[in-house]
Write a protein that binds this ligand. Structure first.
Ligand code: CUA
Length: 151
């Protein structure tokens, strides 16, 4: 004897759950293809670098190799011209740190042994703080860098 419902109900439940999963996949595909929404891929295959530096690769184009360590960013102070586009490559020398640039959409993790990437454009002169948003020890609160955008 079958219990309450029996195989017919099980089939219906199975069908409903497959339909639901298919609907979710269709929504994800719709978001990716039609709405242009994608999960940001920030992990790169760039070899971890030891030295932080700001490299000007062309007029208005920079590459920032950022090294996070307890408890600062290297280089600590970047200066770029208004209208510049900066490619940020971020790694860590010790523990996991955060890398958030205020006033931009750049929000990465600085991970030892890996290099993460984000790009930002700086259209207005002014200052942006680089903040560590991952608790990394005693000096975490003071782990702040600076980007200065000159007129
Ligand atoms: Cu580095 Cu918090």
């Amino acid at each position: 004897m079958t219990g309450a419902g029996g195989p017919e109900v099980e089939k219906k439940v199975l069908f409903a759950s497959l339909l639901f999963a298919g609907l979710m996949l269709a929504l994800i595909a719709y978001a990716a293809v039609r709405l242009g929404i994608s999960v940001p891929t920030c992990v790169t295959s760039v070899k971890p670098f030891e030295e932080g530096e700001l490299i000007q690769v062309a007029p208005g184009r920079y590459e920032a190799h950022m090294v996070a360590k307890k408890w600062s960013f290297i280089p600590p102070h970047l200066k770029v011209q208004r209208g510049s586009v900066v490619d940020f490559y971020v790694t860590s020398k010790d523990v996991v740190h955060g890398f958030l640039i205020d006033g931009t959409e750049v929000n990465l993790m600085a991970i030892p042994g890996a290099v993460n990437y984000a790009q930002a454009r700086f259209d207005k002169p002014g200052k942006h703080q680089i903040l560590c948003h991952e608790f990394c020890g005693a000096g975490h609160d003071n782990m702040i860098g600076l980007i200065e955008v000159t007129p």
